[in-house]
Ligand binder design. Sequence first.
Ligand SMILES: [Fe+2]
Length: 230
Amino acid sequence: MVLPMTDAASKENAIQIKRDLPDAFGPRYFRLGSCAIVEARSTNLYHYKAFVGFHDVVVEAGDCVYYIGNDARSASLRRGPTRVGSHHVATVIRGYMPEDKSTTIHQGTTLPYVNACSTKQLFPPERPGDPTLQLLYMPPYTSEQAHHIHSTVRVVYVLSGRGNSVVGIGDHTVINELSPGMVCLLEPMCPHHFETGSEALLCAPLHIFSSTGRHELDHPMAYGTHLIDR
Ligand SMILES: [Fe+2]
């Protein structure tokens, strides 16, 4: 872990903020070899359950599971009722049941993104706003977007390479290193971005339901606010 502050007071402040971050912003990190189950918080809009590490995952009728293949170079989506053995990360999403599908993850990305990053829709949303599993490639020395927030949970699996997850506001920022096999779970409205150093980073973010441009176009607060000079 890297703390971006230099003097002792700032460091202590950062450590305090780090302690508070799980409550304030909700980032959670699981290194390779971890074993955990994370369930949607009572405040979340959509229900999910993420199984990190090896689990025998039972999926009820009406739900589905997205999971990274045991070779860590493939991904699958299965609708319930079913049962899958997962070695890396499997996420059950309640009330969404598209058809079964699988994909290898060998070809890299196809869609240009910001700051020289690029993406691929491993499993696109069936309809606007549905869950989606994406592939994100970040070349060395870049950053994914500016600092930003999402309206729904992200469960991110790190496929290869290395980078940092930067979470917080202004000076109150904590950086966690991302390494292969890690799972990074970001709560809605968690201020964050990823960045890379000398290595590229390839990861697969699962959107627990997604966003579309309509959310901004139909945003009463954003479009009912008119900035004025003071
Ligand atoms: Fe993000």
